[in-house]
Write a protein that binds this ligand. Structure first.
Ligand code: UDP
Length: 210
């Protein structure tokens, strides 16, 4: 893709990921943090592939002077997600809307920070229009435990379904929250849609589909 961008004089945007930070020992995560990734664990093919993609992008930028950008995308959600893709937002919504127990992995104390899709897209566009080649975190710093998230889904869907505790997947990050100081100062970007509002829009979408 970067050769194609070079041929056409185009800019290149890498959709990277907060998974580059692995199971982070720093919270929130700043772009300067190098991460804590198990190189041979079940998540490592994804994590290390994205880390290598970042390395490759920077090499093209340095060596070929290609105009590149790297967005480290944190958990994003919204309408048009697949109900069965296994991620926690569609998983809980699928359960809540179909009367099934909400499957919480581990003790549910692990945290995530969920960003609504339109905010994320806005950040990507702003990053594309900037001159920044080094990674920029894009995400919503509103951090929540998975247990609190399950309760939020129960309340917003008006259900009282039980929680089904299941084993924690190996190497599941215990905490994740973006430090978005760089995006704020460099791009003038920050999320506008809070979790409550974003989830309501997402629930409406899934209700209209079922
Ligand atoms: N999770 C959960 N139940 C599910 C799906 C996921 O408790 O049905 C947890 C998962 O263990 C993780 C968090 O929710 O701690 C977010 O998982 P997801 O796969 O959505 O994203 P990622 O782990 O890549 O951040």
């Amino acid at each position: 893709w970067m050769d194609l961008a070079r041929e056409h004089g185009a800019s290149f945007l890498l959709a990277s990921t907060s998974e580059c930070y692995g199971d982070p020992k720093e919270n929130p995560q700043q772009e300067s943090y190098w991460g804590n990734v198990n190189p041979v664990g079940p998540r490592s093919v994804y994590d290390e592939a994205k880390r290598f993609a970042e390395a490759l992008t920077m090499a093209y930028h340095r060596h070929h002077k290609l105009k590149t950008h790297i967005a480290r995308i944190f958990n994003t959600y919204g309408p048009r997600m697949k109900l069965n893709d296994g991620r926690v937002v569609p998983s809980f919504l699928d359960s809540a809307l179909h009367g099934k127990p909400l499957s919480v992995y581990g003790d549910g104390k692990q945290t995530r920070s969920f960003c609504y899709v339109s905010d994320l897209v806005d950040g990507l566009c702003k990053l594309m229009q900037s001159e920044e080649a080094y990674p920029v975190n894009l995400g919503n710093p509103e951090e929540i435990t998975i247990l609190e998230f399950a309760e939020r889904i129960q309340r917003l869907t008006g259900t009282d379904l039980p929680l089904a505790y299941e084993p924690m997947p190996e190497d599941d990050p215990k905490q994740r929250k973006p430090d978005i100081t760089k995006a704020r100062t460099l791009l003038g970007w920050e999320p506008r849609v809070g979790l409550e509002e974003g989830l309501q829009r997402t629930i409406e979408y899934f209700q209209s589909m079922s």
